[in-house]
Design a protein around this ligand. Structure first.
Ligand code: BG6
Length: 477
């Protein structure tokens, strides 16, 4: 037994996203979204980050998100397993295209609304609190093709309609919300978050930040609506947080790390928590020749729509150096940087750094002084089924243990932490690679990279371990 004291009512649970678990990509009148045009395989990350993607479905190509793990038909079985682990909370997202198949309709799709009624009711039946992300990497494809994604101001209105529809429909079923998943990640992966592919590298800045402005306004509108429609609700932002370390004490590297941290880690959160653009952005906009079109009421809207908590994902830290040689690169790390010689890496090259989680919690709480919620964290790894059918994922348990200890330490540091939903509580499609073999779950799903598999669910060793963690409120790790 250790001494960590997690608060009463701490929201232990797991996290998912509709496009990575549901499947049923064209069932129930659902429309197509950006996730269904992404192929599987390691090339996917290049597609997400490099210019020139065409958003076409090709007849000879396999698309892993189409069936995913079939949560659409198996949600009862899956939620029963989450309940068996004792989940207090389940983070899920609503697929915009189940509710507005093209994104620009006036009337929502009742069949889609009913699907989430059933899922939310099932969670409540088991005493699990839903934590809902309004938009998790799955913009309607029609809005991408016809409107150019978030570059187009009209998308703000479409999103407002979508958000109001689900906030109103589920007002008695959902207390905890988040607007856009990893909103800052579009600085490196514009397709996922902003719904367009840049044409040329040098043209990245102006469209990206104009699209961001629209998305930040839309987020603030949804936050305000949430407070009005659901008194007592809590709605957060959701940031991909990877604390930036300077490679060494060379002041040039320290400054470079600080600047990278401002733009990537803090820009969006500052707007969403404080209700205004941080002053460091003025210089950045000037230096990158960015001229934002800001409408008359926008700044007021941002002020009125500040969030109640900071949701964030944490997988890794990032180490920065001003002058980088190609061989310094930390290849696996999703947001770049140079290799940190003190850290081990996962099977996918993601640097493993539990201390970085404590650092992140301290940095975020020092800056914002509102509750924090870790809504993603976990280890993507290859799992093996033993001859007796067991899956002994001690490496995953070890990873999670160290990160939960870091949370306990941060709470002792004075951080107000409201919950922890580890990523991929059940195996699913990987966002960055489209693989099924990159597994995060406590529950194994028999589904493979070529699309084969029975979809059978199997409890891993970590399933029983996490059950104890929750039961003892983090005392037994
Ligand atoms: C986060 C995303 O970036 O990381 C999730 O919000 C994603 O959608 C998770 O699945 C893990 O990344 P990956 O690429 O290993 O699935």
């Amino acid at each position: 037994m250790n001494t960590y004291k997690f608060p009463e009512g701490f929201l232990w649970g797991g996290a998912t996203a509709a496009n990575q678990i549901e499947g049923g990509f064209n069932e129930g009148n659902k429309g197509l979204n950006v996730a269904v045009v992404l192929p599987g395989g390691k090339a996917r990350y290049d597609i997400l980050t490099k210019p020139g993607f065409d958003f076409e479905i090709k007849p000879d190509q396999y698309y892993p998100n189409h069936e995913a793990i079939d949560f659409y038909h198996r949600y009862k079985e899956d939620i029963a397993l989450f309940a068996e682990m004792g989940f207090k909370a389940f983070r899920m997202s609503i697929a915009w295209t189940r509710i507005f198949p093209n994104g620009d309709e006036i009337e929502p799709n009742e069949e889609g609304l009913q699907f989430y009624d059933r899922v939310l009711d099932e969670l409540h039946k088991h005493g699990i609190e839903p934590v809902v992300t309004i938009s998790h990497y799955e913009m309607p494809l029609h809005l991408v093709m016809e409107y150019g994604g978030w570059r187009n101001r009209k998308v703000v209105t479409f999103f407002e309609r979508y958000a109001n529809t689900i906030l109103t429909r589920y007002k008695d079923k959902v207390k905890y919300w988040m607007t856009f998943n990893e909103i800052n990640s579009a600085l490196v992966m514009p397709i996922n978050g902003l719904g367009f592919s840049i044409e040329k590298e040098e043209d990245r800045y102006q469209p990206t930040f104009q699209a961001y402005h629209h998305q930040l306004v839309a987020s603030a509108i949804a936050v305000k609506a949430c407070h009005e429609i659901i008194p007592g609700s809590e709605i957060g932002c959701m940031i991909l947080f990877a604390p930036v370390y300077p490679f060494d004490s060379n002041p040039d590297n320290v400054l470079h790390a600080l600047k990278e941290e401002q733009i990537f880690n803090y820009f969006c959160g500052d707007v969403q928590v404080r209700g205004e653009y941080p002053s460091f952005m003025n210089r950045y906009f000037k230096e990158h020749n960015i001229q934002l079109e800001i409408e008359e009421n926008d700044l007021e809207v941002l002020k009125e729509g500040t969030v109640d908590y900071v949701g964030f994902s944490y997988y890794m830290s990032r180490t920065e150096k001003k002058e980088k040689a190609a061989e310094d690169a930390s290849e696996g790390n999703i947001i770049g940087g140079v290799r940190n010689p003190f850290l081990e890496v996962s099977d996918w090259g993601w640097e493993i750094d539990p201390v970085g989680l404590r650092i992140s919690l301290n940095k975020l709480y020092d800056r914002y002084q509102i509750p924090l919620f870790i809504v993603e964290n976990g280890l993507g790894a290859y799992d093996k089924i033993e001859e007796d059918g067991s899956i002994n994922d001690d490496y995953r348990i070890g990873y999670l243990q160290e990160h939960i200890k870091a949370m306990g330490e941060a709470i002792e540091d004075g951080v107000d932490l409201m919950g922890y939903t580890s990523w991929g509580c059940i195996d699913m499609v990987s966002m960055s690679t489209g693989e099924f073999s990159k597994r995060y779950g406590y529950i194994y799903v028999d589904k493979h990279d070529d699309g084969s598999g029975t979809l059978e669910r199997i409890k891993k060793k970590s399933f029983f371990w996490y059950k104890d963690v929750i039961k003892t409120n983090g005392k037994k790790l």
